[in-house]
Design a protein around this ligand. Structure first.
Ligand SMILES: *Cc1c(COP(=O)(O)O)cnc(C)c1O
Length: 224
């Protein structure tokens, strides 16, 4: 058994256990394999173990892997910072974008989404801590941004994403994730997705309602 296949099994077990603790179905939580910085061979190995959904943070790196793997049954999620001059390749090659944090980016993605493809699936990234210089819109901007983005024709607004401050304090982790869920619940649009939880805090995220966990290190190893 390879390291990736063993890690993948461990992560599925963690998701399973967390769902049991939360009284949720394991099928209600999707595993996004965050493959940034890992070579195509590592992704190919994960594909052999049944993983089909991958997250990338850098446009050029992501495009190279999409091209190299060339497997139409894989699903690609863009999760990194977005410069407005990089929206076109994202709109053309990814199925989801988790890191939309302003209207201009959403508008460009909608205009540039090829009409023969299904709508691009969108999460609005929220700066839940409100820390300065962090990516994401502020919680108080979320409702009006969702109202503006939802009608864009080639996008489907699915939910909210956050990368809270890293902490080993599980109560603190849960508080931050709960804030994202509560924010989602105040928005007057049906949003079925909470993209939250990473290698070190997926259990807390699942307890607070995560529907997509984004896992890099626990699957592929630490990035150097
Ligand atoms: C790198 C990254 C992850 C994965 O983090 P790990 O701690 O390695 O699991 C998740 N989400 C985003 C947005 C990332 O950039």
């Amino acid at each position: 058994m390879t390291t990736i296949s063993r890690n993948l099994q461990d992560i599925h077990q963690r998701i399973h256990n967390a769902c049991a603790g939360a009284g949720r179905e394991p099928s209600s939580v999707a595993l996004l394999a965050v493959s940034k910085s890992w070579p195509v061979e590592s992704l190919a190995e994960a594909v052999l173990c049944g993983q089909r959904v991958f997250g990338e943070s850098y446009v050029q790196e992501g495009l190279a892997k999409i091209d190299a793997l060339g497997d139409n049954s894989l699903e690609w999620h863009f999760i990194g910072p977005i410069q407005s001059n990089k929206t076109r390749p994202i709109a053309e090659h990814f199925a989801w974008v988790h890191s939309v944090d302003r209207f201009k980016i959403a508008e460009r993605l909608s205009v540039q989404r090829p009409p023969h493809l299904p709508p691009l699936q969108i999460c609005l990234q929220i700066n839940v801590d409100g820390e300065r210089n962090k990516a994401g819109c502020l919680p108080e901007e979320a409702a009006s941004l969702c109202q503006a983005i939802a009608p864009l024709p080639h996008l489907t607004l699915r939910g909210l994403m956050a990368i809270p401050e890293q902490t080993t304090d599980v109560m603190r982790q849960r508080q931050q994730f709960a804030r994202l869920r509560e924010l989602r619940d105040t928005i007057d649009i049906s949003l079925d997705t909470l993209s939250m939880g990473m290698s070190h805090d997926l259990e807390a995220a699942i307890l607070e309602g995560a529907t997509i966990v984004r896992i890099g290190t626990a699957l592929f190893g630490s990035r150097t």
